[in-house]
Design a protein around this ligand. Sequence first.
Ligand code: TRP
Length: 333
Amino acid sequence: MEENKKVLYSGIQPSGAFTIGNYFGAIKNWVDLQSDYDCYFCIVDLHAITVPQVAKELRKNSYESLITLLACGLDPEKVTLYFQSHVSAHAELTWILNNYTYMGELGRMTQFKDKAQKQGENIRVGLYSYPVLMAADILLYQTDVVPVGEDQKQHLELTRDIASRFNNLYSPTFKVPEPFIGEKGGRIMSLQEPTCKMSKSDENNNAFIALHDGRDQIIKKFKRAITDSEAEVRYDKSEKAGVSNLMEIYSCATGKDYAEIEREFSGKGYGDFKSGVGEAVADALKPIQEKYKELYEDKSYIKEIISKSTERTIRTASRTLSKVKKKVGFFEF
Ligand code: TRP
């Protein structure tokens, strides 16, 4: 948390158990970056309510998300980890930025169009304004870089537009954030439909590996993973999406590259390959699961972490927010 480090910001939705897609695609990178940047990681519960939630589950999922992030190796001495709803500046800045964002811009967001379609007739205003809240998250901390997956690039672009628009209208207020390049670890796809992203909300339980899945369950799910009718472990994303996805997962779990993996399994069938991937993933998750169990019981430690980092977060966020309020013209003595 040194002042001379660049600020890196990211958020994650507290929607149920995280999968190896969240872990290998995002969380593991955060762990690797935590010493090099001044990192803020936010559990975005305000974003979560843009689609229907059951209160009791949201509360439980939020706590478990936090424990999972710590169990994965985020170090509370190094990063600022907090809940979005604990810092009221997010909601306040969102309201203000709603007035520097155009309906046309929000209507073009592909994630909004996808999610709105699933909501039927009553589409929430919050779902529409979702990217403005995300912009507020990022801009409150004078963020330099945001590690984003493919699906959030459009939202980051909009954040940049809103920031520049506000800066041009008044005077430099927000740092205009850059996408973080150099993200490694991949986009992990569904085990059952390897052209779609792995999702924890998939109705088919065999499509994803949750971080808390037991060893036997993990191995069973990989055994059932979709491959193809050849019997060759070879990386080819368009022709062999299933096998390539398993190779990607194996590579994330072991650090081996594709060429090494091809050599390791050359002449062996998919059966051996799939058990190899299952074993490797189970091994990689074991320490996380053990740490999770240990932390879960330690409520007073968790509470202390959160109150410390929330305090720091509020301090930083209010500096930006008060500048904004002044520029917009809100009266103060
Ligand atoms: N919208 C992001 C997602 O669904 C989560 C998110 C919220 C986020 N605020 C953010 C990501 C700020 C990066 C920066 O994945």
